[in-house]
Design a protein around this ligand. Structure first.
Ligand code: SF4
Length: 232
């Protein structure tokens, strides 16, 4: 059990890290893109004030489960400023997390919608919206130290990788070069330090509309994440 003082210190360090992330301008192509999208806007959101900055992680600082996505959607997180909030991916993700007991509500619309994560922290491989949803390897490398610092601070027991890019990033962070570690939906691997990696297809609109990822398949991932977190 974490003491109140340690938890407060952790919250302060995480907040400092998040402020650093929000101010980051390391990738010129992504800085230009995220700001242009925020300026031009999608017609449906023309009255919205877009975030247009890097999107930090959020959730429970003492989470046992850490979720790693790809990167913000241009008119989702890049508009709202919170992971998976305001687009079709979030509309698929949060009802599943709510059902599994990791979120207090199924709805995610804005940073002030009352959503609270329990025993879960959500972050991403890249923090800035990329053109065509494709960050370059160099851009992901630039962003990797932020993810590394989150992992050191939160020390999750289970890392859920949403998509192959997140999985490859986590293997890279932990210097795993073993060929038995292969991305497959539902595959789980135990790292040497006792931490688990769990793979899931990304809840992108393309995956969910084609039924590559169904509600049932996604529900099973969150049940598995909880089972791995509870495992002695
Ligand atoms: S992608 Fe990451 S490293 Fe690149 S500008 Fe955004 S926050 Fe900075």
């Amino acid at each position: 059990m974490m003491s109140g003082t340690i938890l407060e210190t952790m919250k302060t360090v995480l907040e400092k890290l998040n402020n650093e992330i929000i101010a980051c301008r390391k990738c010129p192509r992504l800085v230009a893109w995220r700001e242009e999208v925020a300026h031009v806007k999608r017609k449906a959101y023309r009255d919205h004030e877009y975030w247009g900055k890097p999107v930090p992680g959020f959730g429970d600082p003492k989470a046992r489960v850490l979720v790693v996505g790809l990167a913000p959607g241009a008119h989702g997180s890049n508009r709202t400023g919170r992971q998976f909030t305001g687009d079709a991916s979030g509309d698929f993700l949060y009802p599943a997390l709510y059902k599994a007991g990791f979120a207090n509500q199924p709805r995610a619309e804005s940073r002030s919608d009352g959503l609270i994560l329990k025993d879960m922290y959500i972050t991403a491989s890249g923090r800035c919206a990329p053109p065509d949803n494709k960050p370059s390897t160099g851009e992901l490398n630039n962003c990797q130290p932020y993810l590394e610092r989150e992992l050191v601070l939160i020390e999750p027991k289970v890392i859920v990788c949403l998509g192959r890019i997140a999985f490859d990033r986590i293997l890279r962070i932990y210097s795993v070069r073993n060929s038995k570690y292969k991305f497959a939906h539902g595959a789980s691997y135990r790292l040497e330090m006792g931490r688990w990696i769990l793979c899931s297809y990304h809840p992108s609109q393309q995956n969910t509309s084609t039924k590559k990822l169904t509600v049932e398949m996604f529900d099973a991932i969150w049940a598995q994440a909880r089972e791995l977190a509870d495992r002695k």
